[in-house]
Design a protein around this ligand. Structure first.
Ligand SMILES: [Zn+2]
Length: 436
């Protein structure tokens, strides 16, 4: 079994402790020991990585991944690519996420049923570079719901399975499970992109959501829901949905219901899409168009709801809906700053959403532990040239990720070779930078 020691890093373990200097021993794919002073773990016979001056932390987890979205500007970009090209696109995005420090991607949904499944299988087999993937399904929606853009006179092929009633729902969920999806995605509310079904509308019935959850859980899968309206959030909570996305509209009763379920559910606000639509999406979406769609009001609702949910101890996930032309996959760590600016998180708490919360979700129910730098945890680790606790934006820049380890394997090592003059110079500068 391969044994690697990462020596002398400033370690942030995501478990609540203040950062400390020490060494980390990785055996196979597991963190075997973490020492709080350097030199305690014998180095003989082990690969040694000199990480003095570097910040060591768990790999990031994208909580709402769309691996099959690359510079999307309209629904057409999800429908038109043939499956062959779309699979290659999905593989590219998976690699892009890993290159940017995301060692895990919890799949929200994909544009075609098996895109996430195929790429997950290739990554797991070691034939493609990518994060750990829980493959999202095709979205499941209802007639007239999110994704169903057909008209009677003009039927369209939706990037979704359109079902009505519990029998059709049962069949759709079983189909997604048969084809290998890990996470089933339900569109339970409306959306500002669809004037007929605004974000505060509830499109999927409690009975349909309940059937989806019971069927998916029976087959050992998780259920994610697009839920912006009060009614949709309540339907999801009554039915036992695992991961709730967006959740802009709430009232006191809904907040209480979310809080009561906080040890069971995870919530990803997916703030970046609306923030960038309002401020950075020209020429595809101008600020005027975004305001006409009500995006500014939804952002305000999101701020209110998720600030309150933070105070109530909800397990938030970062990430969400990256993959548009104006919020590209690869920039997903921007969510850390959005969590600070919109929801009042500290850098440390935002980073815990990105690591500890996401890791717990990725491994929930499978016996493994992920998302912290602790003995017995899976070895997904980043060495950062900078201090994310002082400035979370360093994590957006892939060049600042000096070392990337996934499942105990070094995927990227841009540390200067030990003993070189460059190493000595960089190390001196880094020590000054991290401590300063
Ligand atoms: Zn999404």
């Amino acid at each position: 079994m391969s044994e690697t020691i990462i020596v002398g890093a400033r370690i942030w373990d995501a478990g609540g402790a203040a950062p400390f200097d020490g060494d980390v021993l990785v055996e196979g794919n597991i963190v075997r020991a973490v020492s709080r002073s350097s030199g305690q773990i014998p180095q003989a016979g082990r690969q040694v990585i000199d990480a003095k001056g570097m910040f060591l932390m768990p790999g990031l987890v994208e909580g709402h991944a769309h691996l099959s979205f690359e510079s999307v500007t309209s629904t057409e970009d999800l429908i038109s690519p043939p499956p062959e090209e779309h699979t290659l696109l999905t593989a590219r995005v998976a690699k892009c996420l890993l290159d940017h420090g995301f060692t895990s991607a919890y799949g929200a949904s994909e544009a075609k049923l098996r895109l996430g499944v195929a790429v997950r299988n290739e990554v797991d087999a070691g034939r493609l570079s990518g994060p750990r993937i829980r493959a999202g399904s095709l979205e499941i929606t209802v007639t007239g719901g999110l994704g169903d853009e057909s008209k009677l006179h003009n039927p369209r092929n939706p990037p979704a399975l359109v079902v009505d009633g519990v029998d059709e729902m049962r069949k759709a969920v079983r189909l997604c499970c048969r084809e290998g999806c890990d996470n089933i995605k339900l569109d339970v509310s409306g959306d500002p992109f669809y004037p007929n079904i605004p974000a505060h509308a509830t499109t999927m019935s409690l009975e349909e959501v309940r059937m989806a959850v019971d069927t998916a859980h029976g087959l050992g899968r998780k259920v994610n829901a697009h839920a912006r309206s009060i009614g949709s959030i309540q339907n999801c909570l009554h039915a036992g949905v695992d991961v709730l996305y967006h959740c802009e509209y709430t009232d006191e009763k809904t907040l209480d219901m979310l809080e009561a379920a906080k040890d069971r559910i995870y919530v990803a606000p997916s703030i970046s899409l609306f923030h960038t639509m309002l401020h950075e999406a020209s020429p595809w979406v101008t600020p005027d168009v975004a305001r006409a769609m009500g995006i500014d009001k939804l952002l305000e609702e999101s701020r209110k709801t998720h600030t309150e949910l933070r105070k109530r101890g909800i397990r938030h996930l970062i990430g969400g809906d990256y993959g548009f032309a104006w919020s590209k996959n690869g920039t997903n760590a921007r969510d850390l700053q959005f969590f600070i600016d919109y929801y009042g998180y500290t850098a440390t708490e935002a980073l815990r959403c990105a690591t500890r919360n996401g890791g717990a979700l990725m491994t929930a129910g499978n016996g493994a532990k992920l998302g912290e730098v602790k003995e017995g945890y899976l070895a997904d680790l980043l060495l950062v040239d900078g201090d994310p606790l002082a400035d979370v934006s360093v994590l957006v820049n892939a060049d600042r990720l000096a070392l990337l380890m996934k499942d105990g394997q070094v995927y990227k090592n841009a540390l200067p070779a030990a003993g070189s003059p460059a190493a000595a110079r960089t190390q001196k500068a880094r020590v000054a930078g991290v401590r300063g």
